[in-house]
Design a protein around this ligand. Structure first.
Ligand SMILES: Nc1ncnc2c1ncn2[C@@H]1O[C@H](COP(=O)(O)OP(=O)(O)OP(=O)(O)O)[C@@H](O)[C@H]1O
Length: 309
């Protein structure tokens, strides 16, 4: 299947010489949810702004639904919905008018049934006649999403959609994103919340210093880079690891009563069987056993720190 969004060697150098994007290449399939993770200043917003035509690229090629964002700007932009990071709404305007206006801006005919559907989906229907200034921060974010959906985009960019939003609303937002995916909308979201990427994305991209360090299927990424640990709880604490057991990856934790062994799930031999045999051979008695897979957060921190060194 051809890519809904294709970004080739995209570079952006701001006036003053700062290189915010250093050759980003990324292809996104229709109906996919991709989360771009990166620390502050990584270039996430610059990437989104460039694709959406707010910032001009220095070089590179971007197409949306096959339309070039420079030579075929209108067609490309018509396919895109953008939910910006900053809440930028007219405080005295009514919710429904704000959303209607956004549709009109793209030259679409009025469609009250569609506006109602969008407002209902975002739980804004009851608030349709409220002025923006009467809404809570979370509700304002929903209005931003409603506005972005008003012209029926096929690709939706969400720049930090849940920054500063409470946990309940965040989960709600994830539900909305899942609904949109079910409708076939392609979604690119940037986030600081790794938990968010873990919860909703199909693929994860890690961006740092203007470079895309990796893009990978979420589950594959977690198996490939996720280290696994086995914790062996002993019935009696030890002062030190017995020499017969000592090996790389093994450490003594807790009060000396936990042997922690880090192993590679992809290796031909993980070393677990030998470890357990050696423990039994050393006459140690087990109280409990557990394993733990590193989280996406740990993978992310490792990647970004490696990139810096
Ligand atoms: N107009 C501009 N002129 C010069 N430098 C800029 C401009 N806009 C952004 N930058 C710089 O480009 C870099 C990337 O910024 P960008 O906003 O894309 O990062 P980000 O990953 O979205 O970060 P955050 O999560 O903090 O929004 C930053 O170092 C920023 O200071």
């Amino acid at each position: 299947m051809s890519a809904m969004l294709s970004i080739r060697d995209l570079r952006k150098t701001y006036d003053g010489g700062f290189q915010a994007l250093k050759g980003v290449t990324l292809e996104i399939r229709e109906g996919e949810i991709i989360a771009l993770l990166g620390p502050n200043g990584a270039g996430k917003t610059t990437l989104i702004s460039t694709v959406c035509g707010i910032t001009t690229p220095t070089s590179g090629k971007v197409t949306v639904g096959g339309h070039d964002i420079l030579t075929d700007f209108r067609a490309a932009r018509a396919l895109i919905g953008l939910v910006p990071q900053e809440v930028s709404l007219e405080p005295f305007e009514k919710v429904i008018k704000t959303v209607r206006f956004s549709r009109g801006l793209f030259g679409h005919r009025r469609d009250e049934a569609l506006i109602e559907k969008i407002l209902r989906r975002l739980s804004l229907w009851d608030k349709r006649n409220a002025q923006i200034k009467e809404l809570s921060g979370g509700m304002k974010r929903r209005v931003l999403i409603a506005k972005a959906l008003a012209h029926e985009p096929r690709v939706l960019f969400l720049d930090e959609p849940t920054a500063g939003v409470d946990v309940e609303l965040r989960k709600d937002m994830w539900g909305i994103v899942a609904d949109l995916k079910a409708d076939g909308v392609t979604i690119i979201l940037t986030t600081h919340y790794i938990e968010e990427a873990e919860a909703i994305a199909d693929r994860i991209g890690v961006i740092n210093g203007g470079e895309l360090l990796l893009v990978e299927d979420k589950d594959r990424l977690m198996t490939r880079l996720g280290k696994k640990r086995i914790e062996v709880h002993l019935s009696e604490p030890l002062d030190a690891i017995p020499p017969a057991l000592a090996q790389p990856g093994l450490s003594l934790e807790g009060e000396g009563d936990v042997l922690m062994f880090e192993y590679d799930t992809q290796a031909e031999r993980t070393g677990i069987t030998k470890l357990l045999n050696d423990i039994a051979g050393a006459g140690l008695v087990l109280r409990d056993l557990s394993t733990r897979q590193s989280s996406l957060e740990e993978i992310f921190v490792d990647l970004v720190t490696e990139g810096r060194s």
